[in-house]
Design a binder for this molecule. Structure first.
Ligand SMILES: Cc1ncc(COP(=O)(O)O)c(C=O)c1O
Length: 413
């Protein structure tokens, strides 16, 4: 009997840097250790009641397939939402026929990459970047090319640097703003400059705005949207999700928006292949749009306090540095260690402070350039302030213990 092996594509896929240390966390929990999860962007804010009620209230006799592009009611409501955010400034108001509902922002990303790139083509990202851009590209046989951004520059992406990185095989630029893992927010001017480079170079612009609400500058409610930038209709696909905004990651509802009818028709064929996005979850997504503004704002105020507490705490630890991010709920942390992955494993496998430890995401998996991010981790401030403060204390003690162990033995090779 010959057992065939999985595809080379599958064997060569990289494990998620956010989840790949989970077995160590599970083992720590099995030993009775409490693990503070700073590794994953799973918010602890309560999901709006209207969303939970939408699931509870469903009682149709048959849970049937829905339309591949999403329900008419939800797409209309989404179009109205984007127009309410000023999308019309981009040239024309968004129509429901330009909105497609997807299984999370994740499926929107994979449709967008598949509709713009062929196998062997390249998608250009700004590193450090959301690792699933590479994951989805890899599944599709698309290469990921990266332009590097730097902490010292606030992870800004000058349009000229992007232009220089676009190669002959580049078909799309894919960016998140506010950024995961950097927290950097692209200004409306930057978005317009980047869009202009895409137009000049004849490449698509996949703009991932799932953290749009998470901006912390006083008086600013949303990060600028690419939909409001004029002149980009043919080039842009905007990616969105209910996951973060409504603290409803399990709802698995997202969407994409494009004014390019040919791209939309192309992605609709992919959508038809998977039949339909989840029907009840779309009712939840629709209900989520009714969430009172006060509730959303109070969550953002909470995140601002968390961000400030975590950044202040981290920068008090000798050798540790973290810049204050303008948006999202992540930050890149520079650590005084030889190898952030070894240290993250040490924290889970070999260390605890009075029965507690911290799980971090090694940052090298957020870079495409080998060697970058080796002394960095990504931390998500999705826990309440006392837990974040406790996490900082654990991290500080962990760093001391790691330094003592690392000089004494080579056990963490
Ligand atoms: C930048 C970014 N884009 C897209 C997603 C996908 O989210 P979902 O599939 O839950 O909508 C995430 C999730 O963490 C993300 O961080």
């Amino acid at each position: 009997m010959t057992i065939p092996s999985p595809s080379q594509r599958g064997l060569q896929a990289a494990a998620s840097p956010i989840r790949r240390l989970s077995p160590y966390a599970d083992a720590a929990k099995a030993r009775g250790i409490y693990v503070h999860h700073l590794n994953i962007g799973q918010p602890d804010i309560e999901t709006p009641r209207s969303v939970v009620e939408a699931y509870r209230g469903y009682d149709d006799k048959v849970l049937a397939y829905g339309a591949s592009e999403g329900t008419a009611a939800y797409r209309s409501a989404l179009a109205e939402y984007y127009n309410g955010l000023g999308a019309a400034a981009g040239g024309s108001p968004i129509k429901p026929s330009q909105v497609m509902v997807t299984v999370g922002g994740s499926e929107a990303l994979s449709f967008a990459i598949a509709a713009t790139c062929d196998p062997g083509d390249e998608v250009l990202v700004a590193e450090p970047f959301y690792p699933n851009y590479k994951g989805f590209s890899h599944i599709l046989g698309v290469e990921t090319r990266a332009v590097t951004t730097h902490a010292a520059e606030g992870f800004d992406l000058p349009a000229e640097r992007l232009r220089a990185a676009i190669g002959p095989r580049t078909r799309a630029v894919c960016l998140s703003t506010p950024g995961n893992p950097t927290g950097a927010v692209l200004s409306a001017e930057r978005l317009a400059e980047i869009g202009q480079v895409c137009v000049e170079k004849g490449v698509f612009f996949l703009c991932d705005e799932v953290y749009r609400d998470f901006v912390y500058e006083a008086g600013v409610r949303y990060a600028p949207s690419v939909l409001a930038v004029p002149g980009l209709d043919a080039h842009v696909i905007m990616i969105d999700s209910v996951s973060k905004r409504y603290s409803a990651c399990g709802a698995r509802v997202g969407c994409l928006v494009t004014r390019n009818a040919e791209l939309y028709a192309t992605m609709l064929k992919f959508a038809q292949t998977r039949l339909s996005p989840p029907v009840v979850d779309q009712l939840a997504g629709l209900a989520a749009l009714q969430t009172p503004e006060k509730e959303l704002r109070s969550a953002i105020d909470d995140y601002r306090r968390r961000r400030d507490a975590l950044v202040a705490g981290l920068n008090r630890i000798p050798g540790v540095s973290a810049r204050t991010p303008a948006g999202a709920f992540y930050l890149i942390v520079q650590l005084p260690v030889d190898d952030a992955e070894k240290f993250a494993i040490f924290l889970l496998r070999d260390f605890d402070l009075d029965g507690e430890t911290v799980m971090l995401a090694p940052a090298d998996g957020f870079y495409a350039t080998p060697g970058l991010g080796k002394q960095q981790v990504r931390a998500a401030y999705v826990l309440q302030v006392p837990k974040l403060e406790r996490s900082v204390a654990i991290l500080e003690a962990g760093l001391k213990a790691y330094a003592a162990r690392a000089t004494g033995t080579a056990a963490y090779a």
